[in-house]
Design a protein around this ligand. Structure first.
Ligand code: SF4
Length: 267
């Protein structure tokens, strides 16, 4: 039996027709209902028996992943309690006051104190906290140069690129395809800035998941028989501020945050 970790993994098994024979308004709403175990996967009459047999009862409770991340966060907090936070703030160009280091994540304040305790004006998931703490521990604070490159061009990127596409770019593309306006709104919620870039996409928005680690999300709408497309670009200095695994996890967490908002407001 295959495991299912999030609603998008169910959604991509469906035909996307939104025919409502399952009595949900959309295929995405059906995927969410199955993930929440409110509907069985065989509630969609268009799925092959082989797919139903493979995925029936395959919902993986997110606790397994959350527990793993919680453990990683605890280890990083311990490491933070051993460093001089005021020095770390100087290295990163961050604020330091009242024994707290403060950086901005998507433009909102995120603070950590000398015991590793976190306080934040933005609700970010465990996936994102791990790379953020790694950045505080190891980031160089190097300023972006404005040269946009792909994930594959970052140091260590080629070996993680297939996973990056699967877990970061494809989920965002599915949301953009289904709820293009919501997608634009969500970028604005995260303090995204529309820019004109050399990349000729329909939507190009720059976001700052970390102060010196901008990402540019570019979306091309479907046109003249061509499929839609979405790519995330990075500043060429990104791999000097964060290791490739952290960059991957940061974007995975960002994609999951987007999915959650889409399910809440769009499904
Ligand atoms: S019956 Fe299947 S294809 Fe039709 S809306 Fe529901 S999930 Fe989508």
């Amino acid at each position: 039996m295959s495991q299912i970790n999030n609603p998008m993994e169910i959604y991509k098994l469906l035909n996307g027709s939104n025919c409502r024979e399952c009595r949900e308004q959309t295929c995405l709403a059906f995927a969410v209902a199955v993930f929440k175990e409110k509907k069985p996967i065989h509630g969609c009459p268009h799925l092959d028996k082989e797919v139903i047999d493979r995925y029936e009862g395959a919902i993986e409770k997110p606790n397994t992943i959350d527990e793993y991340k919680a453990e990683a966060i605890e280890k990083l907090k311990q490491k933070i309690s051993l460093i001089d936070l005021s020095e770390a703030a100087k290295r990163l160009g961050a604020e330091f006051s009242n024994n707290k280091l403060t950086i901005r994540i998507f433009g909102k304040e995120f603070s950590v104190d000398a015991d590793g305790n976190i306080s934040s004006l933005i609700h970010i998931n465990a996936y994102m906290i791990v790379p953020v703490l790694n950045y505080i521990l190891n980031g160089s604070g190097k300023s972006p140069k404005g040269n946009w490159i792909t994930f594959r061009e970052l140091t260590g990127g080629p070996s993680r690129y297939a996973h990056f596409q699967q877990r970061c770019e494809k989920p965002l593309k599915r949301i953009a395809d289904t709820y293009t306006d919501l997608f634009k709104d969500m970028l604005e919620i995260f303090d995204g800035k529309k820019i004109v870039s050399d990349i000729d996409s329909d939507i190009s928005i720059v976001l700052y998941p970390l102060p010196v680690l901008p990402i540019m999300v570019c979306y091309w709408k479907p046109e003249d028989g061509l499929e839609s497309n979405l790519h995330i670009y990075f500043d060429s200095t990104s791999d000097e501020n964060l290791d490739i695994e952290s960059i991957y996890t940061l974007n995975e967490g960002f994609a999951l945050m987007f999915e959650k908002i889409a399910f809440r407001h769009g499904a």
